[in-house]
Design a protein around this ligand. Structure first.
Ligand SMILES: NC(=O)c1ccc[n+]([C@@H]2O[C@H](COP(=O)([O-])OP(=O)(O)OC[C@H]3O[C@@H](n4cnc5c(N)ncnc54)[C@H](OP(=O)(O)O)[C@@H]3O)[C@@H](O)[C@H]2O)c1
Length: 336
């Protein structure tokens, strides 16, 4: 399968190394733009990709094109914007300064507003929304692991259609949708678990098997569903259950939840949310791109999201009180 041109990964981290690595493994020319910490590891060890289905691939270091900044010589046919939300403006600015007008950029980020933010910092690039439905964790230097199954999606654009067979050949079918907002919101509802997971200090699977923590997630989702209804947005269904049924399912006793959610729980023990990693490493989190979107949507449509506000405060307060919460403590803090 011949790609329409080279790919540039802007932000070589978990998602960027995984998606870019899968493309590179099938022969697509990929340049990884990242931080020295990540690039040095890739130079030393190559890129090792594993997944929960037992798949494993290695791309030798001498086959990787690595850079700390995008260059005018890159001339990518497709850019995958894979930085965290707080880095979007700067990354888009860097891309905008060197890439030709009209270069296709797909935001592979969580949240809702990153594509618009990137567009505002590089208006001459063609920035499209994307959605990454998989969890990827960094297991060690140059080692990235897909810890769940899930799909990739992006906003439809004629130039992106030629990439669909390329992504499919790399084992990551790319679904194109005229309006990505329902999928973005459907993913955001699930991402409301990220602060719960991060504050619990538990791996994702273990956390989802604790009812008190699921009750917190359910309460955050309930608030978001109220705001979405007020805004007339119907979030897409990304799990076997429709979004409106998620809170009730999450509140079920664990033995029943375990039976009902066996597909949702097809998460290997290594999976953690990236917000958990950010908190542990004292980095800023994407809380504003997740709960913040719910708070703003509620405010704009005459409702309130006090639980999303409260959990945002808890995440922001973490650096001064870095202590994992039990489910009971988090329920008490949220009053649910
Ligand atoms: N990980 C997942 O499973 C997953 C799944 C779905 C969606 N997502 C979303 O995908 C996005 C990326 O997440 P991630 O987990 O892949 O993050 P990540 O592992 O932190 O990777 C992003 C990398 O980009 C680097 N970076 C930031 N600005 C840069 C710049 N201007 N030039 C070069 N490198 C730059 C970051 O360095 P610094 O740390 O120094 O800034 C970091 O190494 C987020 O929006 C996340 O919510 C993640």
């Amino acid at each position: 399968m011949t790609a329409p041109g080279p790919v540039l990964v802007m932000g070589a981290g978990a998602v960027g190394c995984w998606i870019g690595g899968c493309l590179a493994a099938t022969g697509v020319p990929v340049t990884f733009v990242g931080r020295p910490r990540v690039l040095d590891a890739l130079r030393a060890h190559g890129l090792r990709l594993t997944d929960l289905d037992g798949g494993a691939r290695t791309i030798a270091a001498d086959r990787l094109s690595l850079s700390t900044t995008p260059s005018p010589d890159d001339k990518p046919a497709l850019v995958l914007l894979c930085v965290k939300s707080g880095a979007t403006a700067a990354a888009a600015g860097e891309l905008g300064r060197v890439l030709p007008e009209g270069t296709l950029v797909v935001s592979m980020q969580n949240g809702i507003s990153n594509p618009a933010l990137a567009r505002s910092h590089a208006p001459w690039l063609t920035v499209l929304a994307g959605m990454v439905g998989i969890n990827v964790v960094e297991l060690g230097p140059g080692r990235y692991h897909r810890a769940t199954s899930g799909a990739l999606a992006a906003q439809d654009h004629p130039a992106l259609r030629a990439w669909q067979p390329v992504f499919a050949a790399a084992g990551m079918p790319l679904e194109l949708q005229a309006d990505l907002a329902p999928l973005q919101w459907g993913k955001l509802l699930l991402n409301l678990n990220n602060p719960v997971n991060a504050l619990s200090g538990l791996p994702l699977r273990a956390q989802l098997l604790e009812r008190d923590l699921r009750i917190c997630m359910a309460a955050l989702i309930d608030e978001a569903l109220t705001a979405l209804r007020a805004a007339g947005i119907a979030p897409a269904k990304l799990t076997p259950l429709p979004p409106a049924a998620l809170p009730s399912a999450l509140r079920l006793p664990t033995p029943i939840f375990r039976l009902l959610a066996f597909r949702l729980l097809r998460i290997d023990a290594k999976a953690r949310t990236s917000m958990a990693n950010d908190l542990m490493q004292g980095r800023s989190t994407e809380i504003d791109a997740l709960c913040g979107e719910v708070i703003r949507l509620a405010r704009d449509h005459g409702t309130h999201a006090p639980l999303n506000e409260r959990i945002s405060e808890l995440v922001r307060a973490w650096p001064s009180d870095p202590r994992a919460c039990t489910g009971a403590e988090l329920r008490a803090a949220l009053g649910v």
